[in-house]
Design a protein around this ligand. Structure first.
Ligand code: TZP
Ligand code: MG
Length: 221
């Protein structure tokens, strides 16, 4: 599964547009993975929304990942679950969500990334790389230096997150990330399809410059 451009959803940033419309446009623009992230919706509503996103993602051969909730990821037969520091610990998430499904884990430090790798994570989401208003409690930016440190410490793919847009996406890949995860620069864009296409071009150009032959997430390095 390719994590080159990993869209994370946020229902509050669509400027009133239906989230599904925004996700469909982003998929048209080439996002390679979509994570359903909604901190407020009830599980039943997440199941319904997840099923619709999953249908769209499958049509575009993109991965579908559920944030926080292993139970919903399994119920939806999603490609994986993503857990952070307040969710199921990585080891428990791995036990509940066996391969070939993905377990992604958030990490802000080398220690957290190594611990996620030891617990069986398939990739780490590392950040916030840059300052972002989308997640006010995300902590201090780790910068591209933080991405470089984490990417050189672990063997699993690293996906940068936080404040990433078309102007800085290449720098995150050049620091060693396998991909970038984006909320506001796509969900909040006037034209999410064009935004996704633009960021994906920057990512792919940078991956090519890196001669990136990193295995996709879920394949052992
Ligand atoms: N985790 C770390 S930063 C962040 C999350 C979920 C928010 C990323 O959103 P944006 O709008 O791409 O900065
Ligand atoms: Mg979480």
């Amino acid at each position: 599964m390719r994590l080159d451009l990993y869209l994370v959803t946020d229902p509050d940033l669509t400027s009133g547009r239906p989230l599904l419309q925004v996700v469909a446009a982003a998929l048209e623009g080439g996002v390679t993975a979509v994570q359903l992230r909604d901190k407020k919706a009830a599980p039943r509503d997440l199941l319904a929304l997840g099923a619709e996103i999953w249908t769209l993602a499958r049509r575009h051969h993109a991965a579908f990942i559920v944030n926080d909730r292993a139970d919903l990821a399994l119920a939806l037969e999603a490609d994986g679950v993503h857990v952070g520091s307040e969710d199921l610990p990585p080891l428990e998430a791995r036990r509940l969500v066996p391969r070939p499904r993905l377990v992604g884990v958030s990490a802000a430090t080398v220690e957290e990334a190594l611990s996620a790798e030891r617990a069986g994570a398939d990739y780490v989401g590392a950040g916030p790389v840059f300052a972002t208003a989308t997640k006010p409690d995300a902590g201090e930016p780790i910068g591209v230096g933080g991405i470089a440190a984490i990417a050189s410490a672990v063997r699993i793919p690293v996906v940068g997150i936080g404040g990433i847009d078309s102007s800085n996406a290449a720098s995150v890949i050049e620091a060693g990330a396998a991909g970038v995860a984006v909320i506001s620069a796509i969900v909040g864009a006037g034209d999410p399809e064009a935004a996704a296409r633009e960021i994906l071009s920057r990512v792919r150009e940078a991956l090519e410059r890196q001669g990136a032959v990193r295995p996709p997430a879920g394949e052992r390095p």
